[in-house]
Design a binder for this molecule. Structure first.
Ligand SMILES: [Zn+2]
Ligand SMILES: [Zn+2]
Length: 338
């Protein structure tokens, strides 16, 4: 089969490799139907890397497919079933797993980052990470489970209330998931800050009331015109915008830090946070939200199909990365059979 291997230091290679084998009786072999490039993949391939990964591993952690083969102890799914994976594997035994925080597992690992993932024709995964997809849900819809599930998890923490004004910083795929979900939750106004005009168009398409260019428009003044004293809550989907969030969130408001960039450092006036009585929260990955997420994906509640701007083969992978980096792509799907 064909796969895309991480070769370290910003490099990868597409090559033929032998079919993966089940490593345990609880594993399944999945024929990958759809995979998507995530911002994490871009960070893995940066020099220096913005996210760690195992050299030699097949990348791709957002993928769905059909079960080809199942180990003897696999109980809830069978060959022929269509599934989507939660790529984060947790131990179930550590302090965090036993306290309902598997996303903080002390022994966690991830398919497509540290273990072989879905930028390949086949992938082996344990049954514990599988979510069964209804036969009439396209693979290209199910493939959104991981990122949309992480956004849904963080919304549970942020607890938006009907009628509140939201500020979303960044309208890449994650920002767009936030916009489409918040739209359906009944926000007052959804205000988006995004420098790319291409992405601002998508922000409007998915429900933004106002999408502004922070490089040329006065965000502070615009927020004053559209809210009483700033957004009720702000979300930084980029990973570098905590100062904007602190400035543009009203007193007593909430800030959710979702985007990640381990190379970025910010200088911040702590006193502003105290004086404004702000609540700032981080969110990492997902926690028990994949069933809910799959339900709304299967129901067609989120127009995720409209996010797909590019479909590439494994050989065309670089063109997908380049399109994403240039800001002229939203979701890039990888078809390992193309
Ligand atoms: Zn991802
Ligand atoms: Zn654990």
């Amino acid at each position: 089969m064909k796969g895309l291997f991480f070769a370290g230091n910003g490099r990868y290679e597409v090559k033929e490799t032998k079919m993966p084998e089940l490593k345990s009786e609880e594993d399944v072999l999945i024929r990958v139907e759809a995979a998507a490039i995530c911002g994490t993949d871009i960070h893995i391939l940066e020099v220096p890397p913005g996210h760690p990964a195992a050299e030699g591993a097949i990348l791709g952690h957002e993928f769905s497919g059909q079960i080809e083969k199942a180990g003897s102890k696999v109980a809830d799914v069978k060959p022929g079933d269509r599934v989507v994976v939660d790529p984060s594997l947790f131990c179930g035994k550590c302090y965090y797993c036993r306290h309902g925080q598997p996303n903080m597992c002390m022994h966690n690992t991830c398919l497509g980052v540290f273990l072989d993932g879905g930028f390949a024709q086949y992938c082996v995964a344990p049954q514990s990470c599988l979510y069964k997809v209804s036969p009439d849900t396209p693979a290209e819809t199910a493939v959104h489970l991981d990122p949309a599930g992480c956004v849904l998890t963080s919304l549970g923490k942020l607890n938006p209330q009907v009628g509140e004004n939201a500020l979303i910083l960044g309208a890449g795929p994650v920002g767009l998931y936030f916009i489409m979900m918040l739209k359906r939750m009944g926000m007052g106004k959804i205000i988006v800050s995004e420098p790319s005009s291409y992405r601002r168009q998508y922000a409007y398409k998915f429900g933004a009331d106002l999408a502004i260019d922070p490089s040329s428009e006065p965000l502070e003044q615009i927020l004053k015109e559209h809210t009483v004293d700033g957004a009720d809550f702000s979300v930084d989907t980029v990973g570098t915008l905590i100062n904007d969030a602190v400035s543009y969130t009203r007193k007593g408001g909430r800030i959710l830090l979702f985007g990640m960039n381990s190379n970025a450092w910010q200088t911040i006036c702590q006193n502003t946070i105290t004086r404004k009585d702000l609540t700032i929260m981080g969110n990492y990955a997902s926690r028990f939200k994949f069933d809910d997420t799959l339900r709304i994906l299967e129901k067609g509640l989120l127009p995720v199909e409209d996010m797909v701007t590019h479909r590439v083969s494994l050989e065309e992978f670089q063109s997908g990365i380049d399109a994403l980096k240039s800001g002229r792509a939203i979701k890039v799907l990888v078809d390992p059979w193309k």
